[in-house]
Write a protein that binds this ligand. Structure first.
Ligand SMILES: [Zn+2]
Length: 256
């Protein structure tokens, strides 16, 4: 099963599907948002609205562990996530889609692991699934790599922070991609993200950021985003051949 975790602008993909049913999953971390399960291009798809319906949870309050655990529980093996981002680079423009190949984590207060009671050091050298990224890159016009910087939010960044992120090698900045990518790897789920550039980050853009500006760009790119995901689903083979499926092998430290 392929999971889609969507922020703003992609609920429409469910309308393309057949035999839609909805489920709320109980997890040890709490209830999941309502997940829509359906068939698309002959494949089983599960769509989860990251913020729950109507943007109920701001980025730092999302129950990431419940979300990813619920996906695992219903049989999701791969997750395509969408994340709204600001661009740190004038050549990556509002409206562009970027498929990140790495991230830098500046979150502060989030529950970021499933392994609090045993020692598991997961390898995350390549945090986004190589194969799943390629299906996305082959499915439409995208910026094929970049470094995603995740901040805690909900405020936007200062000019000094943005200057620092740029120096560190960041290309886009957002608030929702971490710990999702980490938690997925911890449960051996493939994970790739489509970063939708909604604006230039603070001080990169000559004008002040408004939330209206963000929604305007997202609205304009909705259709292309849904098309990109739908195309990537057709390219995704049933069997996985990437190392994500055995990520826990050798990661756990036995008690002495
Ligand atoms: Zn993978």
């Amino acid at each position: 099963m392929i999971g889609i975790i969507g922020g703003t602008g992609i609920y429409e993909i469910v309308e393309m599907g057949k035999d839609v049913e909805t489920k709320i999953i109980e997890t040890p971390y709490g209830e999941s948002p309502e997940i829509s399960i359906f068939k698309l291009h002959g494949k089983d798809i599960a769509f989860m609205p990251r913020h729950a319906k109507g943007h109920a949870n701001p980025p730092h309050m999302i129950n990431y562990r419940a979300n990813i655990y619920a996906m695992k529980k219903i049989g999701v093996e791969r997750i395509i996530a969408t994340n709204a981002v600001g661009s740190l680079d004038l050549s990556v423009k509002p409206g562009d889609f970027l498929i990140p190949h790495d991230f830098i984590d500046f979150t502060k207060t989030r529950e970021f692991t499933f392994y609090d009671t045993k020692t598991v050091h997961i390898d995350i050298t390549e945090p986004y699934c190589h194969d799943l990224r390629n299906y996305l890159i082959e499915s439409g016009e995208v910026v094929p790599n970049g470094v995603y910087v995740c901040t805690e939010g909900p405020r936007f960044e200062t000019a000094a922070e943005i200057a620092m992120f740029k120096q560190l090698g960041g290309n886009v900045v957002g608030m929702t991609g971490i710990p999702e990518a980490i938690l997925a790897r911890e449960l051996e789920i493939c994970y790739a993200s489509i970063c939708m550039v909604s604006n230039y980050a603070a001080s990169i853009s000559p004008t002040k950021l408004t939330i209206d500006e963000v929604f305007e760009v997202v609205e304009g790119q909705k259709e292309n985003l849904v098309k990109l995901i739908s195309e990537a689903i057709t390219k995704t083979p049933d069997k996985r051949e990437c190392p994500c499926s055995y990520a826990l092998l050798g990661a756990e430290i036995d008690e002495v």
